[in-house]
Design a protein around this ligand. Structure first.
Ligand code: SAH
Length: 215
C-alpha cells in the first residue's frame, strides 16, 4: 500500500471541501488529512477514494461518506484517552480516525468477513489503540462498559437500551435513528436514569441489523 504525493494532494482538497461544507473541528480535519482513505477501499475504487462519497466495501456494506465521518466524529468531541465504543466497524476507517484522536477504541461488527478484514488492516496500519470484536452491536460491549462515548454508524430503527446503559455519567451516544432516512441524535446521560436528546440533521445509513452474520 502506497500513500503518494498525489493521494496526499487529493486528501487536502477533500479536507478543504469538508471545511467548506461546515466541518470546523480542526482535530477531526487533521486526523482525516493524516489517514489514507484509499487503504480502506477496494483497489477498484482507489481513484475515487477522495471524493466525498460512500463506497461499497463488500457484504452489501459501505464505508461512510467523509462528510458523515467528519460530522459524527465532531459531535462526539473525543478527548485523549477517552473510551469510545463504535458500532459497525465496516472498513475500519472511522475506528482509525477515533484512534488518531487519541481515544481508546472498541469497535464491533456483526459481519464476520468485515470484522476479519478490518482487524487485519488495523493491525497493519497501527493508527492507535483499537480493539475489534465480532459482535451484535445491539448488545453493546458490556464487559468493557462504561464508555465515555458511543458511536453508531448504521441506521437504527430505535435506540438500543443496552447502549444507553453502557454510557458513563455525562457520556454521549451519537446514533442515526429512523427508517429510510435517519435523524442524527446525540443523547447525553445526565444521571443514572435521565438522558437529554439533541436532533442534528438528516442522513442515510445502511441498516443496523440484529444478530451475527457468519462469512
Ligand atoms: N464505520 C464504518 C462504516 C460502516 S457501515 C467504516 O468506517 O467503514 C455500517 C456497518 O455496521 C456495516 O459494516 C454493518 O455490517 C454494521 N452493522 C450493522 N448492524 C450491526 C450490528 N447489529 N452490530 C454490529 N455491526 C453492525
Amino acid at each position: 500500500m502506497k500513500d503518494t504525493y498525489r493521494h496526499k494532494g487529493l486528501r487536502r482538497q477533500l479536507i478543504e471541501e469538508l471545511a467548506q461544507k461546515g466541518i470546523s473541528d480542526q482535530a477531526v480535519l487533521d486526523a482525516m488529512q493524516v489517514l489514507p482513505r484509499h487503504f480502506f477501499l477496494d483497489k477498484a475504487f482507489e481513484e475515487w477514494a477522495y471524493q466525498d462519497k460512500a463506497f461499497p466495501i463488500g457484504n452489501e456494506q459501505t464505508i461512510s461518506q467523509p462528510y458523515t465521518v467528519a460530522f459524527q466524529t465532531s459531535l462526539l468531541n473525543v478527548q485523549k484517552r477517552q473510551k469510545v465504543l463504535e458500532i459497525g466497524t465496516g472498513s475500519g476507517y472511522q475506528a482509525s480516525i477515533l484512534a488518531l484522536l487519541g481515544a481508546r477504541v472498541y469497535t464491533v461488527e456483526r459481519q464476520e468477513a468485515l470484522y476479519l478484514r478490518a482487524q487485519q488492516l488495523i493491525a497493519q496500519l497501527k493508527p492507535g489503540n483499537i480493539r475489534c470484536y465480532w459482535r451484535d452491536g445491539y448488545k453493546g460491549l458490556p464487559e468493557f462498559a462504561p464508555f465515555d462515548k458511543i458511536l453508531v454508524t448504521a441506521g437504527a430503527p430505535e435506540v438500543p437500551t443496552p447502549l444507553l446503559q453502557q454510557l458513563t455519567m455525562g457520556g454521549q451516544l451519537v446514533i442515526p435513528v429512523g427508517k429510510g432516512a435517519q435523524s442524527m441524535l446525540r443523547i447525553t446521560r445526565v444521571s443514572a436514569d435521565e438522558y437529554e436528546q439533541e436532533e442534528l440533521g438528516q442522513f442515510q445509513f445502511v441498516p443496523f441489523l440484529k444478530g451475527l452474520h457468519r462469512k
